[in-house]
Design a binder for this molecule. Sequence first.
Ligand code: PRE
Length: 287
Amino acid sequence: MKVGYLGPKGTFTEMAARGLFKEYELIPYRTIPSCMDAVAESEVDVAIVPIENAIEGSVNLTLDYLIHKQRVPIIGGVTLPIAQQFLVHPSNSTKKVEKIVSHPHAIAQCHDFLQEKYPDAEWEYMNSTGTAADYVSKHPDLNIAAIANELAADEYGLYTLHSNVHDYSHNRTSFIVLSRQSEEIQISGPDHVEDKTTLMITLPSDFSGALHQVLSAFAWRKLNLTKIESRPTKTGLGNYFFIIDVEGLMDDVLIPGVVSELEALGCGVDVLGSYPCFALSVNKANV
Ligand SMILES: O=C(O)C(=O)C[C@]1(C(=O)O)C=C[C@@H](O)C=C1
């Protein structure tokens, strides 16, 4: 089986992919869209991409690409503890840092640290923390640092100038696993923590109580929602759809009941996936 992930080597997504799919061939992609295109076009059997961080919130690029461009079923979810390291080239003997490179989410997770230690440094956003570490390793002449993980420090031979620079200790990121072969590929493992069903709901029009009506359909069936998020439909200012995570797998009665009820009310309902979720520890993901 081929597993695509947001690369290059040394990203957090690689850690998550290793944690779930260690025995398979792991293939890095430079961007989230190219990784999702690869699974949509069956270049790989599954793809793993980040979806949400505990400090910074949703990875909008993943959500939007999934909704608007490549609607591949979600077949699994996985969360990983995130520890950010401040990495410089080993030949940067002055340890002077004028520019910091990383994924926007990684920089956002370290705002307090950066404001305190490097308030005047410039930031440059990159496609992933791994790309940033690779960039620093290729530019020994520049006074730059990457924010990335310890796997990247090893992979690109960088020196850890400051460890654990993320501002909140309970930093975690969730990733989703996508596959066209949702019937054939079953993910299992000892780190299984819960099951989830993700729905995308579009309201018929903007009227008072519309969202309340949607939520009631879940509430009276005692279906627990673990996330509700709105994203623009991209059809006009103020037009949104909702992404809702429901605890539990798609059953024969309750969730189909919600879908029929909401459709009868004129809502659009799409099931994006019904899947097991896993929680990895760093050691597990690093092996
Ligand atoms: O750049 C990486 O290492 C990624 O896997 C992406 C990503 C993200 O999109 O949030 C994943 C985990 C961290 O939160 C920072 C960056």
